[in-house]
Write a protein that binds this ligand. Structure first.
Ligand code: SAH
Length: 215
């Protein structure tokens, strides 16, 4: 547990910005973000900002991690699919709040580092997959929640198909340079869509994302 003033300041800052779910705030207070950033950025680990990680990717801003997690209204029984393991920070937060997390990453180096960080932290309720997360992971579904941590041109249909009725997907959708963070709930008839905020994520690359030219 990060037991210092900077972690407290991060929690205060998230509260000021409107994060209200106490379970989400408690998970953020508990997980040491300095373990997920590059060594040279350790001093900024509790600043509310995105930071670079390997493979040209980023660890998401804590406010966005909190907002996305809060949108699921997790009670502890759920199975959540995460696309874009990255550093594993968001994975670690989800692992505290639901029964099981399935996390998919396309960069092997990131997947390996994240897996070893979470194992050091004794987090055991996560299944890791390497590959194209736009296609989901049907064999471990259906899911109560799907969190996509990279920007998509549209909501991937494969992911919608793996959501339970009443399940929620939180995903940045839009152009490469700016997106809307949306919360969509699957109902028997349709997807009910609500916008949470404007945002900017790295690209979701894959069959139902952007083509793989870079990133
Ligand atoms: N939540 C992570 C975010 C990492 S950035 C964190 O805070 O550390 C987004 C991640 O999505 C990158 O690691 C990128 O490699 C990954 N990604 C992009 N497209 C993907 C795809 N189709 N399947 C799986 N991972 C993907």
């Amino acid at each position: 547990m990060p037991n210092d003033a900077s972690s407290d300041q991060l929690i205060q800052s998230l509260t000021r910005k409107g994060i209200q779910d106490q379970r989400v705030l408690a998970a953020i207070a508990k997980i040491p973000r300095e373990r997920f950033v590059l060594d040279e950025d350790a001093e900024e680990a509790y600043v509310d900002t995105a930071l670079p990680i390997d493979c040209g990717q980023t660890i998401s801003q804590p406010y966005i991690v909190a907002l996305m997690t809060q949108a699921f209204e997790l009670t502890g029984d759920e199975t959540v699919l995460e696309i874009g393991t990255g550093s594993g920070y968001q994975t670690a937060i989800l692992s505290q709040l639901c029964r099981h997390v399935v996390s998919i990453e396309r960069h092997e180096a990131l997947a390996q580092t994240a897996q070893s960080t979470l194992s050091d932290l004794q987090i055991t309720n996560v299944s890791y997959r390497l590959g194209d997360g736009t296609l989901g992971c049907a064999e471990l579904g259906p899911y109560d929640g799907i969190l996509v941590a990279a920007a998509a041109p549209k909501v991937p249909q494969s992911l919608v198909n793996q959501l339970r009725n009443g399940g929620r997907i939180v995903i940045p959708v839009g152009e490469e340079s700016s997106q809307s963070l949306i919360l969509a709930t699957r109902t028997p008839q349709q997807l009910r869509v609500e916008k949470l905020c404007d945002c900017r994520f790295v690209k979701l690359i894959g069959a139902e994302g952007w083509p793989a030219s870079d990133g």
